[in-house]
Design a protein around this ligand. Structure first.
Ligand SMILES: [Zn+2]
Length: 172
């Protein structure tokens, strides 16, 4: 059976990474929208004087403020332009069994990488014959996720680099 689908059973589409969200008690802190504040219309990340960060309370306030400008963070901008530099090929037979943990690890790694470099995002995933392909906007992010998967779940990692992109194979 051959199956090609753009909406695989697992979804890597996410809003801003959870672990960078502020703790609930911080939501009560007063926030004033100032000139220079904007937010990413895709992932909701907040921008202030070219610094990107995740802050749900600020995001919420900005979305309510009609004068606040919407923009795209560098990562979502790359996704929109389809500038994909990395591809992860998840062909490890343990994937089905560990799907939830693997997706969580991938999203967590994306969050950490985005925080250091906001051009780093997961662009999407496709499934073909049970093999998951995950596109990333930076080479570093694909390699980082591959290394984290190998460290956490063992298996074999093969990294094929060219000048413009990288393919990371995670197999048994
Ligand atoms: Zn964004």
């Amino acid at each position: 059976m051959s199956k090609s689908d753009t909406t695989p059973a697992v979804s890597f589409k996410s809003n801003a990474p959870e672990h960078h969200r502020v703790k609930p008690e911080q939501h009560h802190r007063a926030f004033q929208v100032q000139p220079g504040h904007s937010y990413c219309r895709v992932c909701g990340a907040v921008n202030f004087h070219k610094h990107w960060y995740i802050a749900p309370a600020q995001e919420h306030a900005l979305k309510l403020d009609k004068s606040a400008s919407q923009t795209l963070c560098p990562g979502c901008s790359r996704v929109e332009q389809e500038l994909f530099e990395g591809e992860l090929i998840l062909a490890n037979s343990r994937f089905a069994e560990l799907c939830g943990e693997i997706v969580a690890l991938i999203k967590h790694t994306e969050g950490r990488c985005w925080y250091k470099n906001p051009t780093a995002k997961i662009a999407g995933a496709t499934e073909e014959d049970g093999i998951i392909h995950v596109m990333t906007t930076t080479k570093f992010l694909a390699e980082r996720i591959g290394k984290e998967l190998k460290q956490a779940f063992k298996g074999n990692l093969e990294i094929k680099r060219t000048d413009t992109n990288v393919k990371v194979y995670w197999t048994d």
